[in-house]
Design a protein around this ligand. Structure first.
Ligand SMILES: [Fe+2]
Length: 343
């Protein structure tokens, strides 16, 4: 019996690794766990080899540090087998590029910062094949996200409003603006294929967020059906009211028992024009991490829980993608009524 499923993916992974600037004689490690997609391991391995790199495929035991199921949540807690094993960490530090094909990735695990400090680039890949291919990044995307991150860097306040009643003021000082662009090209850079977004890590925000029908709750991969109002003071959720999804969020935060669960984490806006808002409805939950939802052009994405800039370690990570917002940075509109403004 032949399994040719990785062949279709080889072109896309080769293009992706070219965007990650993989060069001849560089060292690429393809990191997987037993539940990782075998066709992705084969495609990443073949792509690295075709570009002339030295490649190692490393499969480590599954099992996450987070007290929740690993269902492509995006919480990024990392695998215990890597967090507890310095030999595995040393292998990743010795690589020029790690293609991270684990279920959850390591984005919020402090050990990832140590690996990046060694100069290793990491590209995390977890969504379904046609999501990857449809949203294959373009080299020019980097200029677009750098513009947005630069604007945040120079500014003092971000204001988010919507016709549904959202009105949030965010203090940008010290908020460490960042971006995701879908490829990891610079030494020490982590990125996520697919993604195109600008975000920051503010400490203080005040006002209210009103989730409207069709906004997307992650990691649940569900649309909001009943509006939810969240009162925010000093960067913390003080009160949640509304229908079914308000109760879902309350229960999540209560059950997490996490001191940072109700504290806001990263926030920003999506610039991925190829993203499909319907993906949440059209795919099985186990097929997706949900980057269409997190990065679709013109969304306002905010989150709770881990906050590396403030040293908050937390597993209670919720990402919420809102439509129909106007996002204004020191008076410059970057999103108007849910539509991306580009200059
Ligand atoms: Fe997030």
């Amino acid at each position: 019996m032949f399994d040719l499923s990785s062949v279709d993916l080889l072109d896309a992974f080769t293009r992706e690794l070219e965007l990650c600037k993989v060069k001849k004689d560089e060292h690429v490690v393809v990191l997987a766990e037993p539940d990782s997609r075998g066709d992705y391991v084969a495609a990443a391995f073949g792509a690295a080899k075709s570009l002339g790199a030295h490649v190692i495929s490393a499969t480590v035991p599954g099992g996450s540090a987070a007290p929740m199921d690993s269902t492509h949540t995006g919480a990024g807690p990392g695998l215990r087998s890597v967090l507890d094993d310095t030999a595995a960490q040393d292998l990743l530090k010795s690589a020029d590029l790690v293609v991270d094909l684990t279920q959850e990735g390591f984005i919020h695990a402090p050990v990832q910062q140590e690996i990046l400090k060694a100069g290793t680039r990491i590209i995390f890949v977890c969504d379904a094949p046609d999501v990857l291919i449809r949203n294959l990044p373009q080299a020019g995307d980097k200029e677009r996200v750098l513009q947005g991150a630069g604007l945040l860097e120079r500014s003092e306040t971000m204001r988010v409003t919507s016709g549904s009643g959202t009105d949030l003021s965010v203090q940008l000082k010290g908020s460490h603006p960042e971006f995701q662009v879908g490829f990891a090209d610079d030494p020490g850079r982590w990125d996520h294929w697919p993604s195109t977004m600008v975000m920051c890590w503010p400490e203080f925000s005040d006002g209210q967020l009103v989730l409207a029908e069709g906004d997307i709750l992650l990691p649940f991969k569900e649309y909001v059906r009943d509006p939810v109002t969240l009162h925010i003071a000093d960067g913390h959720i003080e009160k949640i009211s509304g229908g079914a999804e308000a109760k879902l969020l309350e229960t999540f935060f209560d059950d997490a028992g996490d001191q940072w669960g109700r504290s806001l984490s990263h926030m920003g806006w999506g610039l991925m024009k190829t993203a499909d808002w319907f993906a949440t409805a059209l795919y099985g939950k186990s097929d997706l991490m949900g980057m269409d939802a997190r990065a679709f052009a013109g969304n306002f994405l905010w989150s709770t829980g881990p906050h590396p800039v403030l040293g908050r370690e937390s597993y209670a990570h919720v990402d919420i993608a809102m439509r129909g917002c106007t996002v204004s940075v020191d008076g410059t509109d970057v999103v108007v009524d849910g539509r991306l403004v580009e200059r």
